[in-house]
Design a protein around this ligand. Structure first.
Ligand SMILES: C[S@@+](CC[C@H](N)C(=O)[O-])C[C@H]1O[C@@H](n2cnc3c(N)ncnc32)[C@H](O)[C@@H]1O
Length: 259
């Protein structure tokens, strides 16, 4: 279109110059400069304490409440190289899908199939798995099953922590010596109980179960969280991450098997 046409036909000109509506400033992505990671012999060099990929990957069902995306699981499996994995709170099966892609054997269960990971009689295996991936309910931040054994249905924080502690002990027992338990957990603010530091409780319960932390906390940026689109009347500091903690069952000689 020439300048002459534009002037002669201003309606046509408006149509071709149409501009896409601008997103509100708060909806635009913000970019933060990340620190440089030191070079090292890691088989997964981009796996650092800051996990910021916004793409979830084609694993599990993104529509499932609490779906965690599979890329972090994939990177942990590539790093630790287990041969037998378990996911005892599998939701939409994200971990199983990642294992499938990587050709790693995986057993996955959920309360929706009647498996209660907090019951030591049901979760009774011993020294079986190299790696347990676990993404439990963040107490009652989201409700999952109608089953009262669902952790998210625990009526009080005390009750949740008692059952969660049993789950951590069940997992510790199911690990081979040198095996790892990775837990993805988030703190949250409960309407009645106030701020609930669930990552602190996770570590406390894991150490009490005889596990040791074997690498840095991995702070996973919560891209796509449903709460990020909400508007609240109250004032608070938004939490934009959850935390992945990896624990190791010490080998009998007191030394963990390094990958
Ligand atoms: C945060 S979701 C896991 C989502 C999963 N990572 C995914 O990507 O789809 C927590 C899961 O724990 C399950 N769950 C809660 N209490 C449980 C229990 N006592 N035993 C087994 N599974 C439980 C819930 O049904 C839910 O699927």
């Amino acid at each position: 279109m020439t300048q002459a046409t534009r002037i002669a036909n201003p309606f046509y000109s408006n149509r071709v110059n149409r501009v896409a509506p601008q997103p509100e400033a708060r909806d635009r992505p913000a970019y933060a400069r990340l620190p440089l990671a030191p070079r090292n012999a890691s088989p997964v060099p981009h796996l650092t304490s800051l996990y910021h990929f916004h793409r979830a990957g084609e694993y599990g069902d993104r529509g499932y409440p609490g779906n965690c995306g599979g890329n972090l699981i994939k990177d942990l499996l590539l790093y630790f190289k287990p041969s037998l994995v378990m996911d005892p709170m599998s939701g939409s099966g994200t971990c199983a899908d990642v294992c499938d892609e990587l050709g790693i054997a995986c057993l996955s269960y959920d309360i929706h199939q009647g498996f209660d990971a907090c019951d030591p009689r049901e979760f009774a295996v011993e020294e079986t798995f190299d790696f347990i991936w676990s993404h439990p309910a963040y107490w009652r931040q989201k409700l999952y099953a109608d089953d009262p054994r669902d952790l998210s249905r625990s009526p009080t924080l005390e009750d949740f922590l008692r059952r969660y502690g049993q789950f951590v002990r069940n997992s510790a027992r199911a690990l081979k010596p040198g095996g790892r338990l990775a837990v993805l957990m988030g703190d949250y603010c409960d309407r009645e109980a106030g701020f609930v530091p669930l990552t602190f409780h996770t570590k406390r319960l894991a150490f009490a179960a005889g596990l040791v932390q074997c690498c840095t906390d991995i702070i996973r940026f919560s891209h796509g969280a449903s709460s990020s689109k909400k508007v609240y009347r109250s004032s608070f500091i938004p939490g934009l991450h959850d935390t992945c903690m990896v624990f190791e069952r010490p080998a009998s000689n007191g030394e963990g098997a390094r990958p």
